[in-house]
Write a protein that binds this ligand. Structure first.
Ligand code: UD1
Ligand code: PEP
Length: 447
């Protein structure tokens, strides 16, 4: 069993570089299969387990995918796309696999995808995705654990109002609409930077998408799309995680590549806590004095405070003066880290969708498990200030979304190491073109 060991008490300083965004690259890879000809060359693709998973999904559709993990470049040639069924073995590993549905429906007129199911942080419905496809003329059937969608001829452009500004539904419908007949207008859409990045990539492929980043997106359907060159935006959640790492250890860290504009609520709340953040040309410098103040945070769709930073903020609140509160409005079960923090000596109370966090906690190292991706990151952050040794397990969650978090924190001065089983290490070392994909299959079958 892999584990991360942290001995707390070190102040972090130096520079850390943020990788390309997981939540931008996953829909972009799903969109790459829309291209009837030409190769897409996608830069700044992080070597994450989730990237390997979605790559395997599109490979199963007979798409040629090559990943150069050193250069972080992914090449996709989708001209031979022939299959329409995404394999359960990959979809069950990662919900975002469902994002291939819109592209498949648009390009092949049908798609068969296993129901992604719930996950630890919530039930995570897909009704808004399906409502969008149906409004465009698709017939959707659910049975034997699968969703089967089909259309006679092209999808038809129409007006769709989302009941909630779902990130995934916005992306899936956007992709489907690129090849639809006529104009699709989607209202009450998600406005995350990752939506804008997807729209930019689709437009580079020849699509006509306008309004991404606002609450209404208009897509004028085109006949065909071709491969395109694109560079993925930096990961704002990875950036935020390192910003918290700097503040929680009362350190001084330059987070290179962080785009402050994408991090407005995070920056604002950290400043409210007393953290100093200098917005520089190529990143942000984060430092602070010995004392942090308590704050209240409510997670919301963008441009509100991101739910994906909630657990990391809770770790930081444990070291602040006074009582902080977090209200989680996006996912109904995203407080699983609370019990793990308690194992480290935290005093936190949950009342409905709100956590009440008592500050100035004297955290002590303990054996804890990552219950989901960001919970895992938050436990590492807590370990950085805990007295003694913290051991974090269930690292597959963390590997979905952070490239070498241990190496990056160690380079900043943290006392942290990862203990891997030899066979996993062996697989991880396989990095040349194409081999990384095979390695991930091997790794998955070992998981
Ligand atoms: C790969 C990716 O980009 N993942 C992000 C994406 O997830 P994801 O796209 O799954 O998140 P959504 O915005 O769709 O979900 C937000 C909420 O809406 C609900 N919902 C969603 C769709 C639907 O059809 N019906 C429905 O009820 C979900 O259960 C959830 O409670 O946005 C989340 C919210 O910012 C982030 O935490 C995830 O990191
Ligand atoms: C919840 C997350 O991702 P996903 O939607 O891929 O589960 C996340 O990135 O924190």
């Amino acid at each position: 069993m892999d584990k991360i060991i942290i001995r707390g008490g070190r102040r972090l300083s130096g520079k850390v570089r943020v990788h390309g965004a997981k939540n931008a690259v996953l829909p972009i890879i799903a969109a790459s299969i829309l291209a009837e000809e030409g190769v897409s060359v996608i830069h700044d693709v992080p070597g994450l387990d989730d990237v390997y998973t979605i790559s395997e999904v599109i490979r199963a559709l007979n798409v040629d995918v090559k990943y150069d993990s050193k250069a972080e470049v992914l090449k996709v040639d989708a001209k031979n796309l022939s299959e329409v069924e995404a394999p359960y073995e990959w979809v069950r590993k990662m919900r975002a696999s469902f994002l291939v549905m819109g592209s498949l429906l648009a390009r092949k007129g049908k798609a068969k995808i296993p129901l992604p199911g719930g996950c630890a942080i919530g039930s995570r419905g897909i009704d808004q995705h399906l409502k969008g496809f149906e409004a465009m003329g698709a017939k959707v059937e659910i049975g034997q654990g699968y969703i089967f969608a089909s259309t006679d001829g092209r999808l038809k452009g129409t007006k769709i109002y989302l009941d909630i500004p779902s990130v995934g539904a916005t992306e899936n419908i956007m992709m489907a609409a690129t090849l639809a007949e006529g104009t699709t207008i989607i209202e009450n859409v998600a406005q995350e930077p990752e939506i804008v990045d997807l729209a930019n990539y689709l437009n580079a492929m020849g699509a006509r998408v306008r309004g991404a980043g606002t609450d209404t997106i208009r897509i004028d359907g085109v006949e065909r799309l071709t491969g395109a060159v694109h560079t993925v935006i930096p990961d704002r959640i990875e950036a935020g995680t390192f910003m918290v790492a700097a503040a929680i250890t009362r350190g001084d860290v330059f987070v290179e590549n962080a785009i402050a504009d994408h991090l407005k609520p995070v920056v604002a709340k950290m400043r409210e806590m007393g953290v100093i953040i200098d917005e520089l040309e190529n990143g942000v410098r984060v430092y602070c004095g010995p004392e942090l103040k308590c704050v209240d945070v409510k997670t919301l769709p963008h441009p509100g405070f991101p739910t994906d930073m909630q657990a990391q903020f809770m770790a930081m609140m444990l070291s602040a003066k006074g009582t902080s509160m977090i209200t989680e409005t996006v996912f109904e079960n995203r407080f699983m880290h609370v019990d793990e923090f308690k194992r480290m000596g935290a005093n936190i109370r949950i009342e409905g969708r709100t956590s009440i966090i008592n500050g100035e906690a004297r955290l002590t190292g303990a054996k804890v498990k990552a219950t989901d991706l960001r919970a895992g990151a938050a436990l590492i952050l807590a370990g950085l200030i805990a007295e003694g040794e913290t051991e974090v397990t269930e690292l597959h969650h963390i590997d979905r979304g952070y490239v070498d978090i241990v190496g990056k924190l160690r380079a900043l001065g943290a006392d942290i190491e990862r203990h891997s089983t030899p066979v996993v290490q062996l697989v991880k070392d396989e990095v040349s073109e194409g081999i990384a994909m095979a390695a991930s299959s091997t790794k998955a079958s070992l998981a």
